[in-house]
Design a protein. Sequence first.
Lengths: 647, 99
Amino acid sequence: MSPAVSAATTSYVHASGVFNLTFLLVLIPAASAAVLFLSGRRSNAWGHLLGIAAPIASFVIGLVLFFALIGRDGGQSRQIDQFLYSWVPVGSFHANVSLLIDPLSSVFVLLITGVGSAIHVYSIGYMGHDPDRRRFFAEMNLFVAAMLLLVLADNYLLLYVGWEGVGLASYLLIGFWTYKPSAAVAAKKAFLVNRVGDLGLSFAVMLMFATFGTFTFTGVFNASPHAQSGTMTALGLLLLLAACGKSAQVPLQSWLLDAMEGPTPVSALIHAATMVTAGVYLIARSHPIYDVSVDARTAVEVVGAVTLVVGAIIGCAYDDIKKVLAASTMSQIGYMMLAVGLGPTAYAIGIMHLLTHGFFKANMFLGAGSVMHGMNDEVNMRRYGGLAKVMPVTFATFACGYLAIIGLPPFAGFFSKDKIIEAAFDKGGAEGWILGLIALLGAGITAFYMSRLMIMTFFGNRRWARDAHPHESPSVMTGPMILLAIGSVVAGFLLVLGASLQHFLTPSVGKSVEEGAHTIAPLVLTLITLVVVAGGVGAAWWLVWRKPVPVEQPLNVTQLTWAARRSLYGDAVNEAVFMRPGAYLTRALVFFDGRGVDGFVNGLAAVVGGSSARARRMQTGFARSYALGILGGALVLTAALLVVRTG
Amino acid sequence: MSPDYYLYLSAVLFTIGATGVLVRRNAIVVFMCIELMLNAVNLTLVTFARINGSLDGQIIAFFVMVVAAAEVVVGLAIIMSIFRSRRSASVDDANLLKY
């Protein structure tokens, strides 16, 4: 066994002391969701209060566990496993329900419960007039519980339970406004596209079990270095498929844009900050698998690089503010995928971008929700304009998110995105140059479409609908926005301080390789990035700021814009790759079932029925013919007897 | 006298009875033909009892007579009630029990 392999050996210590509370993280929101679901209309009055109390309680426990974790000395003892019960004990096989609290899951717990709590509080205001607010909170709590289960699971089977749980919650919440057919269709689409990805995860779990005889993290990770490379590549690609579905990566990206039919807090929590990043979590968590399969890692890189450009291009064309943000989410998750695909150097950077993105994107979604709240649920940016003066708090907080996402120092995005671009270049060789340039290009396009969004929404002439009376949102909504805005400003700086996050995450994602020679000196690269970003902002200024924005969408545009407005034909690809073959398959199966299986069974019945119909004609009702039959029978019998006797 | 002649007679009687059952329509006549067949069989039984020198055949013949008497009671009652409801004693008219 080589030293590198022995260093990667994973083992968890049993929970003790305060870590015995880990299960409460999941249990509290789950119990709250159950109470809200079961108590019905009786809890309408206080349901939302319980709904926000649950994630806040989980957040407090998460904080306690986080500090307890920091309090331990580094290394193995920071990976703590709480065994709850044996779920499927069959002979020597045990599928356990046990939770793993380690640096990676603890930062996720803080992100989910922290950002989640802020968004829950915001929802009190945003969903204030909705008669189904209690159900909303029940489903949000269900989501939080499932997501926590996903990140706390210590084996792939339990992770799969959480994975499906968040898919269910996402489905329920996208289709929350059940009376809107578009919402129902979007929910169904999200669910179905996710199923394609889930197939990958379920196959991966089966393959793990077939190969290693276990699906615990420790078992799989410790056996990975010795497994056949083909198996590991297959495993990596299956997990990548799962990640593509959940994280809306090319080619399974199209559902995310439609998912914006859900209420805005849902978009902020599920489709920006947490659930869609589950794919990144999955890959970072499975790093021992990717460490041994270069091919699978390259696939992750390619998916990330393609998605970050595709998402950014789509973001430039849409006029729906939420869809622009959704496209931006796709693109940013593309950055994270690229980072985790780069391998040991960049897992921690990918997670860092995930955390900063969780802050600034949730912040911007809440800002978009606040704008919609003030504008009679208008989402078309061509109907906005000049809102900076009317909604100063929304504007200020949104601006923090904006500056963070375009990567202006010292806002959060600068620290994480810059690092990803740097890591991509440092990959070295042609691959490094291509990935680095793509990431750089993505940064420029990001700056363009976010500036376009800012200008169209908050500046320029007022293009409001006649009955719109924009106003600042109540403080229950602006409060969480301010909190997240602060996060957007300081999170990156805090995380990068002394490379603290990287060191903290080392037990979970492996030790970062010491920084070698840089392809481009970091300072120079930062300057180049800033120039590219400035170019993007400048382009937005040149194209959008100078002349008034037309209220109607212009039609004389380039082919690329046409394509981007149709989300680069993502739906057409889906239709050609999944829907049509699926339809043909089901049609063939229906044909086989109808003509083959049913044909045989029905044919048999028809033959029996037809022959009986003929046979019963013999029952004429005439006593004479029966008598003749009896006589004939008697004669035959007698003849037979005679033949037997004499013959 | 050879007992064979009794057997020839019973065969003739049986054939007449069977033919009558098959060709006649009147239920009463059909019924009478059945009786004829039964009695032909009785004659056979008794003849064979005589030939074999045992009483078994004669005992069975008594059984047949008792059963035939009971059957006449039931059969005539059925024919009567059919005649009352249909004004006809033809066996071909009573053909409801068919396919």
